[in-house]
Write a new protein. Sequence first.
Length: 366
Amino acid sequence: MKDSLFQPIQLGKLSLKNRIVMPPMTRSRASQPGNVANDMMAEYYAQRASAGLIVSEGTQISAMGQGYAWTPGIYSPEQIAGWQKVTNAVHAKGGTIFAQLWHVGRVTHPDNINGKQPISSSALKALNVKVFVDNGTDLPGFVDVVVAREMSKTDIEHVIGEYRQAALNAIEAGFDGIELHAANGYLINQFIDSEANNRIDEYGGSIENRLRFLGEVVGAMTDAIGADRVGVRLAPFTSLNGTVDATPIATYTAAAVLLNSLNVVYIHFAEVDWDDSPETPAAFKDAVRAAYKGILIYAGRYDGEKGTQAINDGLADMIGFGRPFVSNPDLPNRIKHGYPLAVHTPETLFGGSEKGLTDYPQYSPS
């Protein structure tokens, strides 16, 4: 029944062994100072290399792009070297891994960005949003975000350049490709969604204008490393971190058309996944499939059965399983054989050490 998930698939020039994706999940365990990926993280990803594709946790493209304490970066030589440990470990186990490139925009606090004011599409504050800080004087904890500064044209050009360089850094670090984080209320999403963008220049107003920054960032990265190594993550129907769009079906269908014209290798949709959340409209999935000819990945409330159904229905090519991968390093094998899934410990998701990261065992039939 679950055979569809275990069919190989071609992703650009890459041959993937199955259609199971480990999506990006923040774990906040980068070495300090410097926000450097480390041996512990290398072991964690290598344990999960039986996924057809791993997408790394978000890695900030610059010091200004950091939203939370202890998340890894990919802009310094030390950070590139740290990620090389991860990619080497995953490749040694026969896995494929993309780096998720991340700029949080307004979803941060001066304590996380060297005392500076955050930047965004507009001078707006993300409402009811807190971020985790470690300022070295108080106990680490959650604080309210602050009002952002509207990005100038010079800022926009500068950040596009940072994304381009981060893509090159990711390839230098041994990643097989990159995923642009354009979802969940972070910087690119702050340009896309109407209620987070009140600009009156060519980057605001119409859907075409609000998608312009996305298109320019993707164009810079595909020019640098090739469109066959660039994927994009979108979250049309979430209101995470305070971004909301007035017409999400129209906006994100247009995004799919744009990304198809840019030949990105995949679009990865993060579906709303809290317990009583609405399903993604079937009409939207049909529209996206018609608009975009590359690989479509969906992640949300999927189990083996639902994932298989989505592939069999032709709406998805690959399926992301998030939290189950935290506590089931051998998740593809468990899905394939119907083995029970271990439940993760919420208290060890963010920060800390090996506990709750690398100490979940593989399933052993007794």
